[in-house]
Design a protein around this ligand. Structure first.
Ligand code: ASP
Ligand code: MG
Length: 455
């Protein structure tokens, strides 16, 4: 069995879905479990609907809810124009889901109160709409397709908007749900992103979580491959929106991919790697607009050559500098510091320490007020904002002669605030001013990947 996950752009409209269905059709012999995202931009629309409902903007929500319904009804008609009965079935389901959502949003609007629990219900609607329409469309094209409600098998804790998956419950539930849905069918389809607590309360896995769903399903059924179908030709040496002459990387290790996903490459959700590693399942990153392309395969370390694979970045980070003379010659200071990060659920990326100073980087989207307040009780704390983090990633880069020269030579005039090289030898990261980031990434990429004389 394989898992095939299609992201928002691969299911954006009739043309994209038609292409996606033919990709699935070509793999029926491998028994695909298809995992789909919401149509592109639909999750954003649902977030907007939630915000307007919380603000009691009734007419605003009605307008957006109508957009949601008409886009999906229109899609069902476009996809199944030659199969009226499947089209009718799809429209009935879409109308049912949209009626339910209208009523729910109406209630939220009347109260003007939106809990995470309600929000998770609203924003998971996109995946129910897309998966139902695509299921009908596949059946209309002769692919007998079974439907699985992800809430019956992707089990999380009660963090409604970013559920923490319960691997053992998932491994227990998924195989049965998949085999029941497969009965008499050629394929099965389910929703990415969508999950539930053990009691069946709706949760979601966090933004971009469909990739994560796919790898959780893959882990639970011991899939032979997890395919992430997106709109780019695999993982590249840098973000092509910022850097020219990037190349597609043929193979990377799980470790390299995890570092890349975490440190800026937008291709994969960062948590996707872990479930695949548990069962050593290869992950393919493929382009649904160019299905013939080779894409990138993510494999166990031993199949991967040493060397730099990519230059990634996080454009907007904060550096928290912690100074305390109490740190000198004492033990337990770091514990005290990181306990504060842990209690406040602030995740740290890079760390660098000296005798009386600790600097850490965190993503700027995180709320650090409490952390700073609590650290300030026993240390001097300065926060630098408008900083960016650049990471050179590759297996055993430490063995690469002249790596530091090649990385830093193009940055002669650039101020570098912090440097950190992980002991895993996969990641060399440093922090620069945000205004200098793009230029720095371009220069380093050029020096490392284009200019062979830089050796
Ligand atoms: N639809 C969700 C989002 O946009 C999940 C996903 O597409 O991966 O975040
Ligand atoms: Mg995505």
């Amino acid at each position: 069995m394989i898992v095939m996950k299609f992201g928002g752009t691969s299911v954006a409209n009739c043309e994209a879905i038609t292409r996606t269905i033919s990709i699935v059709q070509g793999k029926l012999d491998q028994k695909p479990v298809v995992v789909v995202s919401a149509l592109s931009k639909v999750t954003d629309l649902l977030y907007k609907i939630s915000d307007r409902a919380a603000a009691k903007d009734k007419s605003g929500t009605l307008e957006l809810l109508e957009q949601l319904r008409s886009r999906h009804i229109g899609l069902a008609h476009d996809l199944m124009s030659d199969s009226p009965s499947f089209c009718h079935e799809a429209c009935t389901i879409v109308n049912g889901i949209c009626d339910g959502l209208d009523a729910f949003v109406g209630a939220v609007c009347a109260l003007g109160e939106l809990s995470d629990r309600s929000k998770a219900i609203i924003i998971s609607t996109g995946e129910y709409l897309s998966s139902n329409i695509i299921c009908c469309a596949m059946n209309s094209k002769g692919i007998r397709t079974g439907f699985i409600d992800a809430r019956t098998m992707i089990i999380t804790d009660r963090d409604y908007m970013k559920g923490e998956p319960d691997s053992s419950a998932i491994c227990e539930k998924v195989p049965g749900a998949v085999s029941a849905a497969y009965d008499g069918n050629d394929a099965v389809i389910t929703q990415g992103f969508v999950s539930a607590t053990a009691e069946g309360e709706p949760t979601v896995l966090g933004r971009g979580g469909s990739d994560y769903s796919a790898s959780l399903v893959g882990m639970a059924i011991d899939a032979s491959a997890i395919e992430i179908w997106t709109d780019v030709d695999g993982v590249r040496t840098a973000d092509p929106r910022k850097v020219e002459n990037t190349k597609c990387i043929e193979k990377i290790s799980f470790e390299e991919a995890a570092e890349m996903a975490h440190f800026g490459a937008k291709v994969l959700h960062p948590l996707t790697i872990e479930p695949a590693v548990k069962k050593n399942i290869p992950i393919y990153v493929l382009n649904s607009m160019n299905p013939q392309g080779k894409g990138t395969v993510i494999l166990q370390n031993s199949f991967i050559e040493d060397g730099v694979k990519s230059v990634s970045f996080k454009e907007n980070i904060l550096v928290i500098n912690i100074f305390s003379t109490k740190m000198i010659n004492t033990s337990g200071f770091l514990k005290k510091v990181f306990e504060i990060f842990s209690v406040n659920k602030v995740s740290v990326d890079l760390i660098s320490t000296s005798e009386a100073n600790i600097s850490v980087t965190v993503d700027s989207s995180q709320k650090i007020d409490r952390v700073v307040e609590q650290l300030s009780e026993f240390a001097d704390v300065y926060v630098d904002s408008d900083k960016s983090q650049i990471s050179v990633i590759g297996k055993n880069i430490i063995n690469l002669k002249g790596l530091l020269r090649r990385t830093f030579a193009p940055l002669a005039d650039c101020k570098i605030y912090m440097i950190s090289q992980g002991a895993s030898y996969v990641n060399l990261s440093f922090v620069v001013d945000r205004a200098e980031m793009t230029d720095a990434v371009r220069q380093i990429h050029k020096y490392l990947f284009e200019d062979e004389s830089g050796n």
